[in-house]
Design a protein around this ligand. Structure first.
Ligand code: G1P
Ligand code: ZN
Length: 544
């Protein structure tokens, strides 16, 4: 068994996106592709020798092979100890928690989140730092720089490690600990929520729920928590067996891709509560009986009800939301007298605020909610939080959301995604909006008058780092907004995201259909962007 040095050449496409390096499996399967990126991570980390890192993934196709390669490379690069999830499985939130509870140096998470898997699907690699959160831009930029000059990588010649069972092994001089993927996480949840109350509710016989794991990583976590610990009946968790190709599905918990759950919750004899999570377990969608909870509203409702949940009953230091997320939570923060931060899209921007104790809850419109318990968004955490609130208030999901609107007003909100369009047209569209900034100022469109039109730029309040070009936005004098962004997580062409928001304080108008309520704004967005002309699409791929 010896360390070998392998000669290689740089690939020119290893720039990490919104959430790590994400590519088609076939790209990762190219000789040296994975190894180059992993070596670039190791090369750009200081003092890696002898450190502990955490390793695991969402179980998608290529996870097993990649884990073995990374273990051997870690051993060859002087890593002291690797904590790896059994079978190579760790949900993203679980990995974040394990990095924190073990005070590890960092972690490598293998996932392409909600992108489809399988031999023709996507794969991804994400590096997380010692706080358990995604590496900030200065780290990902250093990794990217390294990928451009790399000439060799190190790997230990060795047989594969058996990851099927919990146990300890040696790989050269490095310790490998195969750990239970679920235990730590489920204990963490128990420390935050009222499990006794939840058990009472879920076993009472008059509360029914359905949790859709979409054949992705949360299956074992959800079964352990809802069925085994909280006593929900067997079968509560559907699609609970993780599959390498997610059963051919698209593991993104939204109204389009979580169709099976949506049909159940909007069907006859629908359960009281439904929820789904994504490929790596950090996203969530919450549904009530015949009722959809918009993720922006979800953040606001959780913030307003946090005092009912043991882990948060002592108050929140602040909240944070990504720029395109609706301002619903801002109104709650104002009432609570706590600060509300607006960050660029991507969880990595919440890390500093959480570390500095400036925010307790964070959220994104993209079905992401989380708190300072870890440094990633957390799908099942949000679901259990919701259940805790439902149980504590003794009201339905719909009643809770509607009474929230009555109290705070309703931020009608929708995101229209145009997936896999030609990159050229998408870039032209954004440039076209940008070119109009000056002339849009003060312009009237029907009842709407433009207040500002700009590129969102963020200065981190903790370290002063500046992130520019984080989405083009058009704000109107009544607070309504239209935002355009190009996705940083897609792997095919470009994905245009159009975000729309308007505020309605009159409770007699809050029951309107969202698309209807936003109808005028949608038209204005099309007029300003000339979307159809640039990307040649009639309909969005997904409407949330
Ligand atoms: C998308 C979401 C963003 C989220 C990210 C990772 O990124 O919009 O909020 O943090 O996935 O889950 P995008 O594809 O828009 O760059
Ligand atoms: Zn995800």
């Amino acid at each position: 068994m010896g360390i070998i040095t392998v000669k290689t050449e740089p690939f020119n496409d290893q720039k990490p996106g919104t959430s790590g390096l994400r590519k088609a499996v076939t790209v990762f399967q190219k000789p040296h592709y994975l190894e180059n990126f992993i070596q670039s991570i190791f090369d750009s980390l200081e003092d890696l020798i002898g450190q502990t890192i955490v390793l695991g993934g969402d179980g998608r196709y290529y996870n097993r092979q990649a884990i073995q390669t990374i273990l051997k490379m870690a051993a060859a690069n002087g890593v002291g100890r690797v904590l790896v999830g059994a079978n190579g499985i760790l949900s993203t939130p679980a990995a974040s928690g394990i990095i924190r509870s073990n005070q590890a140096y960092g972690g490598i998470i293998l996932s392409a989140s909600h992108n489809p898997g399988g031999p023709d699907g996507d794969f991804g690699v994400k590096y997380n730092i010692s706080n358990g959160g995604p590496a900030p831009e200065k780290v990902t930029e250093a990794i990217f720089d390294r990928t451009k000059t790399i000439t060799q990588y190190q790997v230990l010649e060795s047989a594969d490690i058996n990851l099927d069972h919990v146990g300890s092994f040696k790989l050269g001089t490095m310790d490998v600990e195969v750990i239970d993927s679920v235990k730590d996480y489920s204990q963490l949840m128990e420390s935050l929520f009222d499990f006794d109350l939840l058990r009472k509710t879920l076993t009472s016989g008059d509360f029914s729920l359905c949790i859709d794991s979409m054949h992705a990583v949360t299956g074992p976590y959800a079964k352990a928590i809802f069925e085994d610990k909280l006593g929900a009946k067997k079968g509560t968790v559907i699609n609970g067996e993780p599959l390498e190709d997610f059963g051919g599905g698209h593991p993104d918990p939204n109204l389009v891709y979580a169709q099976e759950l949506v049909d159940i919750l909007f069907g006859e004899n629908a359960p009281d509560f439904g929820a789904a999570s994504d490929g790596d377990g950090d996203r969530n969608m919450v549904l009530g009986c015949n009722f959809f909870v918009n993720p922006s509203d979800s953040l606001a409702v959780l913030t307003a009800n946090a005092h009912l949940v043991p882990g948060y009953k002592n108050g929140l230091s602040g909240v944070a939301r990504s720029m395109p997320t609706s301002g619903a939570v801002d109104r709650v923060a104002e009432k609570l007298g706590i600060p509300c931060y607006e960050t660029p899209t991507g969880w990595k921007f919440f890390g500093n605020l959480l570390d500095a104790g400036k925010a307790t809850l964070c959220g994104e419109e993209s079905f992401g909610t989380g708190s300072n318990h870890i440094r990633e968004k957390d799908g099942l955490w949000a679901v259990i939080f919701w259940l805790n609130v439902v149980a504590a208030r003794g009201e339905s999901v719909e009643q809770i959301v509607k009474s929230h609107w009555q109290e705070y007003g309703r931020n009608f909100y929708s995101r229209h995604d145009y997936e896999a369009v030609a990159s050229e047209g998408a870039n032209q569209l954004v440039a076209h909006v940008r070119n109009q900034f000056a002339q849009l100022q003060g312009k009237q469109f029907g009842q709407y008058i433009v207040d500002y039109a700009d590129d969102f730029s963020y200065t981190d309040p903790i370290d002063g780092s500046v992130s520019s070009n984080q989405g083009v936005r058009i704000g109107f004098t009544d607070g309504s907004r239209i935002i355009f962004r190009l996705s940083g997580t897609g792997t095919k062409g470009a994905t245009v995201r159009m975000y729309l928001e308007s505020y309605e304080s009159d409770s007699s108008k809050q029951d309107l259909d969202t698309q209807e309520a936003l109808g005028d704004l949608i038209e204005i967005a099309h007029e300003i962007s000339q979307l159809k002309k640039f990307i040649d699409r009639d309909q969005p791929t997904v409407i949330t």
